[in-house]
Design a protein around this ligand. Structure first.
Ligand SMILES: *[C@@H]1O[C@H](CO)[C@@H](O)[C@H](O)[C@H]1NC(C)=O
Ligand SMILES: *[C@@H]1O[C@H](CO)[C@@H](O)[C@H](O)[C@H]1NC(C)=O
Length: 261
């Protein structure tokens, strides 16, 4: 399995070093080219209605899963903000996502867009409640840790703890925590499932995400796995709310994209 990933990794991935990553912009998008629609049609109009509803309703609860239209023109949609972000950050993120997704995927009925603070997708095929790890985006710090053995042990145990939190009944798919690696170094990690998933499906998505660590995150100082059903991230600086301090992130980040195969 890992070998297969590595082959795909070297064949299909575009790895781009983002020197000064725009922290508020999209991390990536997926426009399914097999789902082309005409831009003036009913499906397209229903997508716009759905996006308007996302902008209106997502900030108050952080999550909307709904559909718009009837029969062959029905579109299903999901919008979610990361569980730790404020209503205002959520609102800004969803507004930007709704605008960007239509620009990036103008003629596709299956489209998805990822940000750190939010995620949004729609499709004319129902996907609510299903685990989807077919398309993944990985961001990793190009720098490696100095003590891989000790680091991986601590990372594994922190991940185990927050994955356990995320699948608790009232957690809404969110788990986060930190571990002191030394008096000067703290490891921060966060996992988030989409809130339409059952606990078992959330656990399944997180297990797939973490199983990619050896391939994409191996000994890296920071890493993010972005799927349509879950988000996993760890860093050696605080990145989730409430923020630990004003220490900022590391811009030495590279991106890899894994397409469905
Ligand atoms: C979704 O839309 C595409 C393009 O119009 C169409 O070919 C497909 O049959 C639709 N699927 C469903 C489940 O309605
Ligand atoms: C980090 O380790 C990977 C292998 O795990 C290696 O390919 C990469 O060049 C290393 N990066 C640096 C900056 O040393």
């Amino acid at each position: 399995m890992h070998l297969l990933y590595k082959i795909i990794f070297s064949l299909l991935l575009c790895i781009s070093i983002a020197e000064s990553q725009d922290l508020s912009g999209p991390l990536g998008e997926f426009c399914n080219e097999n789902t082309k629609i005409s831009s003036g049609g009913k499906l397209s109009a229903n997508i716009d209605k759905l996006l308007a509803e996302f902008i209106l309703k997502t900030p108050s609860t952080g999550f909307v899963a709904t559909s718009y239209g009837n029969n062959q023109d029905q579109v299903y949609g999901l919008a979610q903000c990361r569980g730790d972000v404020s209503t205002q950050d959520c609102s800004n993120c969803i507004q930007d996502a709704a605008k960007q997704i239509r620009q990036k995927c103008p003629n596709q009925v299956d489209a998805r867009i990822w940000y750190d603070y939010c995620f949004l997708r729609y499709n004319n095929k129902s996907f609510i409640g299903d685990v989807d790890t077919s398309f993944g985006i990985f961001y990793f710090n190009v720098k490696n840790v100095t003590d891989p053995e000790g680091f991986n042990k601590e990372l594994g145990s922190l991940m185990g703890k927050i994955r356990g939190q995320a699948v608790k009944p009232k957690a809404q798919g969110l788990g986060k925590g930190k571990t002191n690696l030394s008096p000067f170094l703290t490891l921060y990690a966060l996992v988030q499932c989409t809130r339409d998933l059952s606990e078992i499906s959330c656990a399944q998505c997180l297990a797939v995400a973490v199983s990619n660590f050896p391939t994409f995150c191996d000994n890296r100082k920071g890493c993010r796995v972005l799927y349509s059903s879950c988000y996993v991230r760890y860093e050696l600086y605080p990145f989730f709310f409430p923020l630990d301090s004003s220490k900022t992130g590391d811009s030495n980040v590279a991106r890899a994209i894994v397409y469905p195969y």
